[in-house]
Ligand binder design. Sequence first.
Ligand SMILES: NC(=O)c1ccc[n+]([C@@H]2O[C@H](COP(=O)([O-])OP(=O)(O)OC[C@H]3O[C@@H](n4cnc5c(N)ncnc54)[C@H](O)[C@@H]3O)[C@@H](O)[C@H]2O)c1
Length: 358
Amino acid sequence: MFDREFFIGKKVFITGHTGFKGSWLCMLLSYLRADVYGYALEPPTNPALFNIAGAGSLLKKSIIGDIRDYKLLRESLMQVKPEIVIHMAAQPLVRESYLRPVETYEINVMGTVHLLEALRHVDSVKAAINVTTDKCYENKEWHWGYRENEPMGGYDPYSNSKSCSELVTASFRNSYFNPADYGVKHHLALASARAGNVIGGGDWADDRLIPDFIRSIVNRQTVRIRSPYAIRPWQHVLEPLAGYLTLAALLYRDGCRYAAGWNFGPEDSDAQNVEWITGTICRMWGDGAAYEIDTHPQPHEANYLKLDCSNAKTLLGWYPKWNIQTALGSIVDWTKEYIAGKDMKSVCMQQIEKYLNS
Ligand SMILES: NC(=O)c1ccc[n+]([C@@H]2O[C@H](COP(=O)([O-])OP(=O)(O)OC[C@H]3O[C@@H](n4cnc5c(N)ncnc54)[C@H](O)[C@@H]3O)[C@@H](O)[C@H]2O)c1
């Protein structure tokens, strides 16, 4: 796990800072007293955690811009002169990618190309991480965990676009940020991070289990679940974020030794099916919360891809801290506080403190 002192005063540039993971990352970095800058479109949902928690007020600067706008992106980076870049701006939904494949590829693939090309012209950056997903691997439908050197793949446009984004990262690392040339031709250590389904308070994305649950609960409706037996690698959002920061600190300090792809997934025991998750969270919520199964045909979603996280545990010293029950409990607590009209910035900060102290 990262050294908490490390981020004090570090200039960190996050793309996708107005999204669910981005908002939590802004708050985590602000808790760690980093100087945080963001580049993204407006928050993708309404309501949005970014607004509810007032994450914007924690930033040195929030730039509203499109990742496909190379000129603005490059100018923004040149102005900010960050030391660390974490790239999370994306079209992140599988179902949306079936509806808008061209846009999904434009944002997820060319967006990454634009960012990495811009980084060739910004000397200040010492560490950069491209955030992709467990879905980037070629799904061999086996039960073993996927290792970082497994082939890329991706069945649907979203998964495949993230796979392409991984290949783009590897190509830029080979061509422009080659570890063999570190300290001579460049000073940038470039890595990618692959994490699974994240859950946490404040996610309002469409077609995700926990947001659907929260919406139903808030509107006092029965929760409808699809694919009850689908197993997903659930983990609290702070887990991969802590992984990205651990990796960023090592890239910054040790350069290219860590410039590669890294898996950040939950423990095996936390890979539960959708019905188990829904039943557990309904029980935790109480107040008669109930669910029913939606039997309509659903578009293809790849079966569970288990990540082998031995590398992150052994070489980075990262490990998951919260099991699935603790993660679900934190979502129930968060949502109850939200419904009660509490100050959600302090609720998030308290959860961050609890996580870091676990
Ligand atoms: N949420 C998950 O379970 C999960 C799992 C694995 C990987 N990821 C990855 O993590 C990252 C963040 O995901 P999230 O769940 O927070 O998504 P999100 O939809 O909540 O946020 C996406 C962010 O990207 C920005 N964005 C979208 N299109 C853009 C564009 N054209 N130009 C600039 N910014 C743009 C949005 O404004 C927002 O800030 C994504 O790269 C996603 O693929 C998410």
